[in-house]
Design a protein around this ligand. Structure first.
Ligand code: CAO
Length: 414
C-alpha cells in the first residue's frame, strides 16, 4: 500500500513547477492523470531535446509515474469529458497563465458545483497585486523573490542559482498544500482552493535574508565578507559563500583546483570543533591565543582564517579533507559535480538517483523521490508517451465504452 493510494489527481500542469508537485504525489501513490493538449502536449516534451523525435529529458525527468491523456478542453465534447474527470478526481492541479482555466469555462465556483470535494491547486508567478497577471518562469521568480539580489559576490551582478527554487521549490510547497487540504477534507468533507505563488515560495526559502534585512538596522552583518572593511548599504547584500547561519563558513580550494572547477570544499568553523580544526591545519597556536580562540575574536578576521585553512586544504583532495575533518565534528562538504553525483553509489543505493528505461529513448538517469517514507516506498516508473493512456482512462475511470472513445476521438476532442 502507498500513502496516497486511492487519491486521483487531475493533472493540468506543464513545464517544471506543477509537474514537480504532481510527480511527488504520484511517488506517494496517487493516480496522476496528466491532461495534455492533443498533438503537442506539454511543451517540454519537445524542449532541450538531446535525441530527435524522442521526449526530452526535461519532460521525462519531471513526469514519472503518471498517466497521460490528450484532451482538448476548449472543444465542447472535450469540456464534457473534462467535467466528468472533475467529478471522478480528488485534486485538480494546474500552473497555466493566470485565468486560463476560467477562460476554458472552469472557474473555482463551477468546479465546486461539479465536485464539492475537489481540492483545486494552482501555481502562479505572483499572488494578488500589481503583477498577478504576469507569466513567470524560474529565474523571474528567483529575481522577484529575493534570491538573485542576495546571491553572488558583492562586487558582481545579482546571480541566479542552479537549484530550481522558483519552479521545483514552489512545486514542493504546493504538494504540501494539497496533502494538507486532503487531510482537512477527511474531517470537513469539503475541498478547498490551494494557491502558491512562485514569488512567495522563493521568499519563503530566502527567509534568512529578510532576517538580515532587519538586522542591518542595528549594525553591520558581522558574518558577511563585507565586515569589517567593506561597506553595507540599506539592503541585504550578496554574501558570497558566507554561511548565512551563526557559524562562519566558506568555500576553500583543494588540491587540483587549478584544473578542476570543482576541487573545492565548504568548511564551517563551528565553535565547538574549532580547537581540533586549528590543530588539524597546523595552527595549534590559535588554541591559546585570545586573538583567535573565541568566535567573537575571529569575526573581524574570517577572511584571514579561511585563507589559513585553505593553505592546508590546497595540499589535499576534497575527499581527504572530508575524511580528516568529519571525525573532528567539523561540518564540511565537498563541492560535488553532477558527474560525481550521477556515479555516487550511496545515492544509487537509496534510490535518490535511479536508472529508468523508456521505450523510445532507452535507459536514462533521473532523480528519484528524495522523501523517504518507511511504509510507502517509491518506485520510479517512466514518464508516459503523449496520450498513451487516453482510451484506458476514458474507459476505466469514466466508464465510456470503446465505441464512445472512438467517437470522441473522431470528433477531435482527444
Ligand atoms: N486543451 C486546450 N487548451 C489548452 C490545453 C488543453 N488541454 N492545455 C492548455 N491549453 C491552453 C490554455 O488554456 C491557454 O490558453 P489561453 O491563453 O487561451 O487561456 C494556452 O493553452 C497556453 O497556456 P499558458 O498561457 O499557460 O502557456 P504559455 O506557454 O504561454 O506560458 C507559463 C507558460 C509557464 C509562462 C505560464 O503558464 C505561467 O506563467 N504559469 C504560471 C507560473 C508557472 O507555473 N511558471 C513556471 C513554469 S516552469 O518554469
Amino acid at each position: 500500500m502507498k500513502a496516497l493510494d486511492g487519491v486521483r489527481i487531475l493533472d493540468m500542469t506543464h513545464v517544471q513547477s506543477g509537474p514537480t508537485c504532481t510527480q511527488l504525489l504520484a511517488w506517494f501513490g496517487a493516480d496522476v492523470i496528466k491532461v495534455e493538449r492533443p498533438g503537442t502536449g506539454d511543451a517540454t516534451r519537445g524542449q532541450l531535446r538531446d535525441l530527435p523525435d524522442v521526449d526530452s529529458l526535461y519532460f521525462t525527468m519531471l513526469n514519472h509515474n503518471k498517466r497521460s491523456i490528450t484532451l482538448n478542453t476548449k472543444h465542447p465534447t472535450g469540456q464534457m469529458i473534462f467535467t466528468k474527470l472533475i467529478e471522478a478526481c480528488d485534486v485538480l492541479v494546474e500552473n497555466f497563465a493566470p485565468g486560463a482555466l476560467d477562460r476554458m469555462g472552469f472557474s473555482w465556483e463551477k468546479i465546486q458545483t461539479i465536485n464539492p470535494r475537489m481540492v483545486y491547486a494552482s501555481i502562479k508567478g505572483f499572488g494578488p497585486g500589481p503583477y498577478e497577471e504576469c507569466k513567470v518562469y524560474e529565474n523571474v521568480a528567483q529575481c522577484t523573490g529575493g534570491g538573485a539580489s542576495t546571491t553572488g559576490f558583492d562586487d558582481g551582478p545579482p546571480t541566479v542559482t542552479g537549484a530550481q527554487i522558483g519552479d521545483s521549490g514552489t512545486g514542493v510547497h504546493l504538494a504540501l498544500g494539497i496533502v494538507t487540504a486532503l487531510f482537512q477534507r477527511e474531517r470537513s468533507g469539503k475541498g478547498q482552493r490551494v494557491v502558491c505563488a512562485m514569488q512567495d515560495a522563493v521568499l519563503n526559502l530566502c527567509r534568512v535574508k529578510l532576517r538580515d534585512q532587519q538586522r542591518l538596522k542595528h549594525g553591520p552583518l558581522t558574518e558577511y565578507p563585507q565586515y569589517p572593511d567593506g561597506t553595507f548599504g540599506d539592503a541585504t547584500p550578496r554574501s558570497g559563500n558566507a554561511s548565512g547561519g551563526g557559524q562562519p563558513g566558506w568555500i576553500v580550494k583543494c588540491r587540483g583546483w587549478e584544473s578542476d572547477p570543482n576541487a573545492y570544499i565548504y568548511i564551517i568553523t563551528q565553535a565547538a570543533a574549532f580547537n581540533d580544526l586549528a590543530l588539524a591545519i597546523g595552527r595549534s597556536d590559535w588554541v591559546d591565543d585570545p586573538e583567535w580562540n573565541t568566535p567573537q575574536a575571529r569575526l573581524p578576521k574570517l577572511g584571514q582564517m579561511f585563507a589559513e585553512i585553505e593553505r592546508w586544504t590546497m595540499t589535499k583532495s576534497k575527499f581527504e579533507v572530508m575524511e580528516t575533518l568529519n571525525p573532528l565534528n567539523v561540518p564540511c562538504g565537498p563541492v560535488l559535480s553532477m558527474k560525481e553525483l550521477a556515479k555516487e553509489p550511496s545515492l544509487r543505493a537509496t534510490g535518490t538517483v535511479v536508472d529508468v528505461d523508456h521505450p523510445t529513448r532507452g535507459s536514462y538517469l533521473t532523480v528519484g523521490n528524495p522523501i523517504k517514507l518507511s511504509d510507502s516506498p517509491a518506485e520510479v516508473t517512466r514518464s508516459p508517451l503523449l496520450g498513451e493512456h487516453t482510451e484506458e482512462v476514458l474507459e476505466t475511470v469514466l466508464g465510456m465504452t470503446p465505441a464512445e472513445t472512438v467517437a470522441v476521438r473522431s470528433d477531435g476532442a482527444v
